[in-house]
Write a protein that binds this ligand. Structure first.
Ligand code: OGA
Ligand code: MN
Length: 230
């Protein structure tokens, strides 16, 4: 059975681009916490990092190890019953299993409440089910834009089990890009232009490099909250 979120089918845009390594990075974001002494956002130009500054947030250590454990305890039994999907090459995601969850135990609900109150404008109607995406070590997410028919202006994701790199590329100008280092237990938020006009992707392990430094990509689970289109 296809899940609602799978049906949301990210509009996939495969972006071909030559990548000019640019070491500009920003601490402009208020939530930006250093990860091994580094900033978490790097981009094709300082101007772009500044312009998108408020629309892209990465908060390192948004949840504690205990909270990550609570989320995993709640999610693992259901996920373990599913097979990783590797065969749909046309899908936006390769090597994944996923689920949706409407009701959560108290400790997890408390975490999600923190995500919601930080990420979404007050009163913004949210997509009921929370999306849970489990990427195998060899899995990755190709460049895509989440369907505007089903999702609103804001996407907020908790990252469990592994560090990873999320790449944003401007849809109509592939020279403009941002790389986000998403540490394990971080929260990222994409809003407005960053959500609508940039593709996002999660790099595969072989390509997972941030500012010239390898960021090993292990199995990774994301817990994603979205709002509804207005
Ligand atoms: C998606 C997606 C990002 C993530 O499922 O559409 O982009 O952090 N997920 O898993
Ligand atoms: Mn997406």
């Amino acid at each position: 059975m296809k899940l609602l979120l799978a049906a949301i089918k990210r509009v996939q845009k495969t972006v071909v681009r030559t990548r000019r390594q640019c070491r500009l990075s920003s601490r402009a974001n208020s939530g930006l916490a250093p990860h091994r002494g580094e900033a978490l956002i790097s981009g094709s130009s300082w101007e772009l990092v500044q312009r998108l500054g408020t629309q892209v947030e990465v908060r390192a250590a948004f949840i504690t190890e205990e909270e990550e454990g609570a989320l995993l305890r709640e999610l693992e039994p259901g996920l373990r019953k599913k097979r990783y999907e590797f065969d749909h090459w046309d899908d936006a995601i390769h090597g994944y299993r996923e689920t949706e969850r409407v009701s959560w135990g108290a400790p997890c609900e408390e975490i999600l409440q923190r995500v919601r109150s930080l990420a979404f404008p007050e009163g913004s109607p949210l997509l009921g089910p929370v999306h849970v995406l489990d990427l195998d070590k060899t899995g990755y997410i190709k460049p895509h834009i989440d369907s505007v028919k089903f999702c609103g202006s804001t996407i907020a994701g908790l990252c469990l089990l592994s560090d990873s790199i999320m790449r944003l590329v401007k849809e109509d100008c592939s020279k403009e890009w941002l790389d986000l280092l998403l540490p394990r237990r971080s929260l990222y938020i994409l809003r407005d232009e960053a959500r609508y006009n940039f593709t996002h992707e999660i790099l595969k392990d072989e390509e997972s490099v941030f500012n010239g430094q390898k960021v090993p990509r292990h199995r990774r689970i994301s817990v994603i909250c979205r709002n509804l289109p207005s």
